[in-house]
Design a protein around this ligand. Structure first.
Ligand SMILES: Nc1ncnc2c1ncn2[C@@H]1O[C@H](COP(=O)(O)OP(=O)(O)OP(=O)(O)O)[C@@H](O)[C@H]1O
Length: 262
């Protein structure tokens, strides 16, 4: 029986990421695509959010902005309690990518251990943690396989294991169950929710799967690049120790850098 997350948001929990009028335009001129515009949203520790919406509505783009992997072309994306973007800093944000994201020349265990090794963990500890994450996902026997030797669904679970192994404070999963059957999809969501609970992490799952979305306490709906969070489109309430983006040093936020990326 899948675990249903019925907890509501905790408005004073640590604010992990917030978007204030965030926008992302891909390309320029007549070919420009306004993938996200005017996004006001925030994720706190303990949040369990389903990000839903039709194909092309901007879910992946918004997740990439919140991860720091992409930069807004308008507005602000900020991580108020961290100093600067989480990019390249294991343990802060973990992203389960939508497509193939495993390195083909590394075996499954090495793929899962890689972020830990890059973060400075000793080999033995990284391998132990990676093996444990694979076992949690029920795919421990794949450890020595290369990505080319496993199925798409198995690769998707390896990608989830890779994120969980590094114990991030914010987990952003982009269609993590897209290639899985119902039972495997339920298991992956179980694992994501259990890991998020254990880490007191914020969890956002981009999904087309209503059964997955229904298991999250909160739903954000995207339509044509607009995100509806069900909350007023104002700067979210902050806990007493948290600064608004406008009070932070520029280096601690990612502002619009219109024109610097296409
Ligand atoms: N690198 C890019 N260059 C140009 N356009 C892009 C790029 N990435 C995304 N887009 C466009 O931005 C819009 C939003 O795409 P995005 O992938 O964020 O949507 P999505 O809701 O995640 O879709 P899906 O559910 O199919 O994954 C789409 O029109 C898409 O074609």
């Amino acid at each position: 029986m899948p675990v249903l997350d019925t907890r509501g948001p905790r408005p004073t929990a640590e604010l992990l990421v917030e978007c204030v009028a965030a926008a992302r335009v891909h390309g320029r001129g007549p070919a420009a695509v306004h993938a996200v515009h005017g996004a006001h949203c925030a994720v706190r520790r303990g949040d369990r959010i389903a990000l839903t919406g039709p194909s092309g509505s901007g879910k992946s783009t918004l997740l990439h902005l919140m991860s720091g992997l992409d930069r807004p072309t308008g507005g602000i994306v900020a991580w108020p309690t961290w100093t600067g973007s989480p990019l390249g800093r294991p343990g802060l944000v973990g992203v389960v990518f939508q497509g193939q994201s495993l390195l083909p020349d590394l075996d499954v265990l090495e793929n899962v251990a890689l972020p830990l090794l890059l973060g400075g963990a000793p080999d033995a500890a990284a391998c132990l943690q990676a093996g444990s994450a694979l076992a949690t996902l029920g795919i421990g026997e794949l450890a020595s396989k290369l990505p080319g030797e496993i199925s798409g669904g198995q690769a998707q679970r390896v990608a989830v294991a890779r994120v969980l192994a590094s114990g991030p404070a914010l987990i952003l999963a982009d269609e993590p169950t897209g290639r899985l059957d119902r039972a495997a999809a339920d298991r992956v969501v179980d694992v994501l929710v259990e890991a998020a609970d254990a880490l007191d992490a914020g969890l956002v799952i981009g999904t087309h799967d209503e059964a997955v979305a229904d298991r999250m306490a909160v739903r954000w709906q995207m339509v044509d690049g607009h995100v509806c969070t069900g909350r007023p489109a104002a700067v979210p309430d902050r806990g007493p120790s948290e600064q608004a983006p406008s009070q932070q040093a520029p280096s601690e936020q990612v502002r619009s850098d219109r024109g610097s990326r296409s």
